[in-house]
Write a protein that binds this ligand. Structure first.
Ligand code: NI
Length: 199
């Protein structure tokens, strides 16, 4: 039997690979150089139209002028998602009045189970400022792609399923462009400190 912690290790390695690989090894051909270089300027984010936990349609443009702290996960996640959302909530608490400029956004990678109603109950655990978003399979796939999120179903022995997914918090600026990103291992203090610096 693996303990929960041991079971997490391959998962964390995957997260590290995704954060390192997908976000920063985005490379492009530079004309005339004949080789591929790493620019470190990956494009992350983009337009979306999803449904929030109250059933309202919400688009990326609705967040212009404010920062979004975006995290992808699913409400049935037993460990990493709730821990990370709680880190986000604690960091925003530490920011005090400045936190009003940042909207914490949770986008589900499991739209089949995360209906607006399910998200409404789930988001309550992390405080009233959280926006929980769901949508059609196609809409969710599209936004995952824009944010370079990896998510895949993993069947469980009980006939149910879990979702393997990358675990990165993205700080998106008032113009919708990515400002910074954080992996789930960051402490609430460090996250608050960095957010204060960046906003
Ligand atoms: Ni999760």
């Amino acid at each position: 039997m693996l303990s929960n912690k041991q079971a997490l290790i391959p998962y964390l390695l995957l997260v590290a690979a995704l954060a390192g690989g997908l976000l920063w090894h985005e490379s492009e051909m530079v004309p005339g150089m004949g080789r591929t270089v790493t620019t470190g300027q990956a494009t992350v984010g983009g337009p979306f139209r999803l449904t929030d936990q109250t059933g309202k349609t919400v688009g990326d443009a609705d967040f212009r002028g404010r920062y979004m702290l975006v995290y992808f996960g699913y409400s049935f996640c037993p460990d990493v998602c709730p821990t990370t959302l709680s880190v986000m909530a604690q960091a925003l608490d530490k920011l005090g009045a400045d936190s009003r400029r940042i909207v914490p956004v949770f986008i589900t990678v499991d739209p089949a189970r995360d209906t607006p109603k399910v998200l409404a109950d789930y988001m309550k655990a992390f405080g009233p400022r959280f926006v929980g978003l769901t949508g059609s399979d196609a809409d969710i796939k599209a936004v995952e792609k824009e944010y370079r999120v990896y998510a895949a179903k993993r069947p469980l022995e009980n006939g149910s399923y879990g979702m393997d997914h990358s675990s990165v918090m993205y700080l998106m600026g008032p113009n919708g462009k990515m400002v910074s990103f954080y992996d789930e291992a960051i402490s609430p203090d460090d996250l608050a400190k960095d957010l204060k610096q960046k906003i």
